[in-house]
Unconditional design. Structure first.
Length: 147
């Protein structure tokens, strides 16, 4: 029962982040958003050809936005497990908290890779993306809920 409740709460925070909290990061984490904005700013349809210097300067601007999104997602998705750990151990169980930190940063990296596969490489669909994020939450709950 503990695992089911932890999963529901963690997945709910995942859904809150995806549909209500991420705001402008939703668009800015894609290279297309930056390219369309530059096209509009320069009054052209292909910034890569019209102003390659501007494109070269801005073409990777989506990366910090995607990192911020992955960090935000991992933070909000794992937050209920921090509350669980604090209520159960306080700050006395170092093994739990070190596992929590490694799980958190592992989720940041994994979320970043999954979103690149969906938004930039276009190798997976939105459904597969959400399924992989659901598995992330399941693994996170299985690891940290076992304490």
């Amino acid at each position: 029962m503990k695992y089911i409740l932890l999963f529901i709460v963690c997945y709910f925070t995942n859904l809150m982040e995806v549909y209500h909290i991420q705001g402008c990061l939703k668009e800015q984490r894609t290279q297309k958003w930056w390219e369309d904005g530059l096209n509009k700013l320069h009054g052209c349809t292909n910034i890569r050809e019209k102003n390659p210097a501007a494109w070269k300067y801005e073409k990777n601007s989506w990366i910090p936005c995607l990192i911020a999104h992955a960090f935000e997602w991992a933070f909000l998705s794992i937050l209920p497990l921090a509350v669980y750990g604090y209520c159960k151990f306080g700050f006395s169980n170092n093994v739990f908290w070190w596992t929590y930190i490694f799980t958190f940063f592992g989720n940041v990296i994994l979320h970043y890779v999954i979103d690149i596969l969906r938004t930039h490489v276009r190798k997976i669909t939105w459904f597969v993306d959400q399924l992989l994020h659901c598995f992330q939450v399941i693994i996170m709950v299985a690891i940290l809920g076992s304490f």
